[in-house]
Design a protein around this ligand. Sequence first.
Ligand code: GDP
Ligand code: MN
Length: 378
Amino acid sequence: MNIHEYQGRELFLQYGIPCPAGIVAESPDAVVTATRQVGYPAVIKAQVLTGGRGKAGGVKLVHNEAEAREQGSRILGMQIKGLTVEKVLVVPAAAIRREFYVGLTVDRTNRALVLMVSASGGVDIEDLAVKNPDAILKVRFNPLTNLDLKAIRPILQQAFVTPALVAQAEDAVAKLYRLFVEKDCSLVEINPYALLDGDKLVALDAKVNIDDNGLVRHPELEVLRNPEESSADERQARRVGLSFVSMDGDIGCIVNGAGLAMATMDLIKHFGGNPANFLDVGGSSNPEKVLNALKIILNNPRVKAILINIFGGITRCDDIAKGILMATNQIQIPVPMVIRLIGTNDREGREILAQAGLTSSENLTEAVQRVVALGKKP
Ligand code: GDP
Ligand code: MN
């Protein structure tokens, strides 16, 4: 889960990471009021769930009320990478002497956490990572042990040089690490981590990604969820307990088990088709889930055919068949369905379907080839 800068800043403040407080505004009037409160000059910052806001013109310095209104009106409603700006953050403008970068993330390849630090922070850090990766200093460490300050000190000294700055950076990194671990983050980033007059380092941006699998432990973070992060179908799926991801193909998929769902999508691709979604109905036997799954898939006007692929283990094929019948009785299914059932109670399942005039197959390859062909029919 990705959260907005203003939400990330609140987490930084909770953990004691120096970060100027700001005010969120959703209308040009509110922007003017907020700039008056924080004082001029102020910075107006678009709150969208993507980076590169500065380069897109979504971060602007204003010196008076007229400028605040003008920029507030322009930024609210603007599009950044396809996302509409609905909120801005108003912060007092800081006189930046230098921009550093600090980030903490998971290095999956090396099965480690990695701290990244650079003395060349700012809006071009992504370019820097490509063109001059050596300018980003890294230390990997074991995720199962505590942060070893001795191990990270050399790169902090290299980037921040003076003892006063190194000490501040070290303190901030220790706090960032606590935030990362305690909140089950997958990424926390401060860019710019800015040097201000008086040798003060402060966070002027906050990027925090939370591992979705950790959210069950954090009701306090779940409330930060921004509905625009997922599609309407994904939100509907979450409400009814289905694991669902929208994709851009035209073959709707209902599968039990994430692994089988992935393998099914691979097979669809292999035979020249394109999945419209990933959908795992889960291991439980609940006909209602099949009905809900079909409803969500049929929301998507691109879907030309549906593949139901069930390998019955804990999931019982007769329950799945009942769910399919429930759906055909309750809703109109305007596209062809290919059903593959095998495993627990598959014979019973097949009988239930046959009585309703629906055929099903045992063979996955055959089923996938058929659904791909049906999807290609004009
Ligand atoms: P991003 O482009 O989405 O990462 O947005 P940032 O929050 O990092 O803002 C982009 C750039 O705006 C920063 O790198 C700074 O150079 C500048 N900026 C942000 N806040 C301030 C501020 O308080 N004062 C000044 N002078 N510049 C700022
Ligand atoms: Mn930034």
